[in-house]
Design a protein around this ligand. Structure first.
Ligand code: PLP
Length: 383
């Protein structure tokens, strides 16, 4: 095979996380697995069949290109929901393939009906309401007009969902803003109810909201980060541990990132290692090169900071992260050889490199590090 590093995706970890979620999501609430950003870096083509085999049958993406990849990777008849962009030229494809999509402007609503008529197929829409995030969503004052339009075109529209998104449910500093959004959403729901235009589902919750504000779960939750084994941020993690009086991380990371030692050599005391002068060897060193760099998603911020595991020992990155390579100090590992396994994320022996340890050095949140793992890295499902 042709690659310099690879990702392993653990099935047993996913099973574990889904059972954790089932304990926190009320009965009869649908779980939508959010797989935007290449399934948070886990790889859509690998993740969809895996999630299906664990009982997931609803997937949410950002855009039509991702929906297309989810559809191609599906073996079951899953529901696919686009939460962001569908362009006019993709809309016919979406309607024809029963892909559900958010609508947050009138021109898309009109276009959807126009195409639905032509295709003799109903467009399955989710109306997104602006409640305070101020990103996308119809403002409340449009609800009358939306209801009128849906009523007039009910032969061509399935009003599947009414939804909104919270502006940072993972941080308690946003508490009042989230509460205001919840009130605003309820008001919108009431307006639709008054007009007797009733959506099949109400949904507002991402991972943080589902855990912190259980009432936000409604009929469906859109869960991204937790299914992959991460809390949305440290705050939600600590809050969870405290509330449950536990000390162990209750989720399991699906992803591991591995490579191999590419070369080993020695450096004399007084020499610099790699580009420039950021690392000076204070003593004679044995160094190993590893064929992973910032082009593979390994941040340059980890220069002279990051750690990897080799022979079940933690070793330091010395010098700057290159485009395709890093250099580590393996002086203390006598038996190290070219070809030995290197763990960049994950476990080796008793040690582990977590994704959050990266975040500390590189100021990347979990989400960013994961989604920046290139699509070209091969991903293998392991037990
Ligand atoms: C990304 C996203 C989610 C999932 O967020 P997580 O924090 O990963 O659970 C839910 N809803 C919308 C609209 C999103 O964009």
């Amino acid at each position: 095979m042709f690659y310099t590093s690879y990702l392993e995706i653990s099935k047993s970890a996913l099973i574990h996380n889904l059972s954790f979620l089932k304990n926190h999501i009320r009965k009869n609430v649908q779980i939508s697995s959010v797989v935007k950003g290449n399934a948070y870096g886990h790889g859509i083509e690998v993740y969809i069949p895996l999630a299906e085999s664990c009982g997931i049958n609803h997937f949410s993406v950002f855009s039509a290109d991702e929906a297309f990849r989810v559809q191609k990777s599906s073996t079951n008849n899953n529901t696919i929901m686009i939460m962001g962009l569908v362009e006019d030229e993709q809309l016919a494809w979406a309607i024809e393939n029963e892909i559900e999509f958010y609508v947050f402007e009138f021109d898309r609503l009109e276009k959807a009906v126009e195409l639905a008529k032509k295709l003799h197929k109903k467009a399955c829409i989710h109306i997104e309401i602006e409640t305070g995030m101020n990103r996308t969503g119809f403002s409340q004052k449009n609800i009358g007009k939306i209801c009128q339009f849906i009523t007039q075109n009910s032969a061509h529209i399935t009003f599947k969902g009414l939804c909104t998104h919270y502006a940072g449910a993972e941080s308690i500093t946003n508490y009042y803003r989230i509460k205001k959004q919840q009130k605003s959403f309820q008001k919108s729901v009431q307006k639709f109810t008054d007009k007797k235009v009733i959506p099949l589902q109400l949904h507002t919750a991402c991972s943080a909201a589902a855990l912190r504000y259980p009432k936000s779960q409604m009929d469906m939750v859109r869960l991204g980060i937790v299914q992959y084994g991460f809390f949305p941020n440290k705050e939600i993690y600590i809050e969870y541990l405290t509330k449950k009086k536990i000390t162990e991380h209750p989720l399991k990371r699906l992803i591991s990132w591995k490579s191999k030692v590419m070369d080993i050599k020695t450096v004399k005391a007084g020499e610099f290692v790699g580009y420039g002068t950021s690392y000076l060897a204070n003593s004679n060193l044995k160094i190993a090169t590893i064929p992973v760099g910032y082009s593979h998603g390994f941040s340059r911020d980890l220069s002279n900071q990051g750690r990897v595991l080799i022979h079940s020992q933690r070793v330091s990155i010395i010098g700057v992260v290159n485009m395709n390579m890093i250099t580590v100090d393996v002086t203390k590992i006598e038996q190290v050889q070219k070809g030995d396994e290197v763990v960049l994320i994950g476990k080796q022996g008793d040690l582990e490199i977590s994704v959050s340890s990266f975040s500390e050095f590189s100021d990347q949140v979990n989400y960013e590090l994961l989604t920046r793992l290139p699509q070209s890295l091969p991903r293998f499902v392991v037990d």
